[in-house]
Design a protein around this ligand. Structure first.
Ligand SMILES: O=C(O)c1ccc[n+]([C@@H]2O[C@H](COP(=O)([O-])O)[C@@H](O)[C@H]2O)c1
Ligand SMILES: Cc1cc2nc[nH]c2cc1C
Length: 349
């Protein structure tokens, strides 16, 4: 579907399915709501799919790989060539996300949405990297829409293949610089408060990164009320691809798990494009990057894990798959009050 068609297909969650899922939890022989957020997330998934039964066995991690022209400003610890190296390692189970996917029974799909080099990673390239946003717009508006629609198309491909749960990930040297820029515009907060050390940076490097972001915002003047303008001027192709996945998941009734800082920025971009898309997103962890908790708060999301992770690739999102599985095992397999011959539990007030 096009971006516009996708936006038009995004509706509120099914309240009826959520009521049925809640009633199912309440009938299970254990104190009411004693699995807390684990109960809530399955109720959310019921609302997303419209079904009381939860099926999340077939799951995919979509990891968008892209390069960022702003690396010219010396805002990263490693060189741009690392993007391509790690991206190829996804295919050989040599990157962290690949190992975690194996453990969580998830299929990993790396996607070249805009790397500066060609690799063996499936090519959905919008361009060979973005332009340096400290000197002008990172991409054209047309490229921004095409990158969003690439994410939508990849997600739709996986949904058509039967995937029931999707996670978002990225790989792109320099993408914490673009993410901090987008976060500063969307949250209307000072750049230094939203900017961290990314994949590792000295204090001088951090100062250069803050200056580059401030310059990019000053020269491009992104319009906070126009999310695609913000993406085009100070964003990246990986962020656009992930936002496309959030939008497609919402349009097709498939839950999408958020990852760390960059993924949270993509989630906020999707929510600014289509506000109901928020309800289809599941938060996983709180990244160590300073803006992560602010983005989650803005989205009204609470994460399961606080592990100070800042690896990206979708690693935090995959970490919650076993947690969701355990919750679903209880939801599916536990005896009800009737079966366990326990009188209905009445909560103390
Ligand atoms: O997901 C996060 O919260 C996160 C935080 C910091 C860094 N990263 C990863 O590190 C890379 C970006 O870091 P940098 O310093 O090059 O902007 C990129 O490939 C991300 O996957 C990821
Ligand atoms: C080695 C390496 C692996 C990564 N994975 C995600 N971002 C990364 C950045 C670096 C530098």
């Amino acid at each position: 579907m096009t971006l516009q068609e996708t936006i038009e297909q995004i509706h509120p969650l099914s309240k009826e399915a959520m009521d049925r899922a809640k009633a199912h939890w309440d009938g299970i022989a254990k104190p009411l709501h004693s699995l807390g957020k684990l109960e809530d997330v399955l109720i959310q998934i019921a609302g997303i799919t419209g079904k009381e039964e939860i099926s999340i066995e077939k799951r995919a991690l979509l990891t968008f790989c892209a390069d960022n022209g702003v690396v010219e400003e010396n805002v990263t610890q490693s060189g741009q060539e690392v993007t391509a190296t790690v991206a190829e390692n996804f295919l050989q189970e040599k990157a962290t996300a690949a190992i975690l996917c194996r453990g969580a029974h998830a299929d990993l799909f790396p996607i070249d949405i805009g790397m500066a080099r060609d690799t063996k990673v499936p090519r959905y390239k919008v361009a060979y990297g973005t332009k340096n946003m400290a000197k002008g717009p990172a991409m054209t508006r047309e490229e921004a829409v095409r990158a969003l629609e690439t994410g939508i198309a990849v997600a739709e491909e996986k949904i058509a293949a039967g995937y029931q749960l999707m996670a978002t990930g990225e790989m792109g040297i320099g993408n914490t610089t673009t993410s901090s820029a987008m976060a500063a515009v969307f949250l209307n907060q000072p750049v230094p408060e939203l900017t961290g050390r990314g994949a590792g940076l000295s204090s001088e490097g951090l100062a250069r990164k803050i200056a580059a972001i401030e310059k990019a915002i000053a020269i491009n003047q992104p319009d906070p009320s126009d999310p695609i303008d913000v993406l085009a001027k100070v964003g990246g192709f990986d962020i656009a691809g992930m936002a496309g996945v959030f939008l497609a998941g919402a349009a097709h009734g498939v839950p999408v798990v958020m990852d760390g800082f960059i993924s949270c920025v993509a989630a906020l971009l999707a929510a600014r494009i289509a506000p109901f898309a928020k309800d289809y997103m599941i938060a996983s962890h709180v990244s160590k990057e300073p803006a992560a908790h602010l983005l989650l708060a803005e989205l009204g999301k609470e994460a399961f894990l606080h592990c100070d992770m800042c690896l990206g690739e979708g690693t935090g999102a995959i970490m919650i798959f076993p947690i969701l599985d355990q919750a679903n095992a209880v939801y599916r397999g536990m005896a009800t009050f009737d079966e366990a011959q326990i009188e209905t539990y009445v909560p103390l007030t």
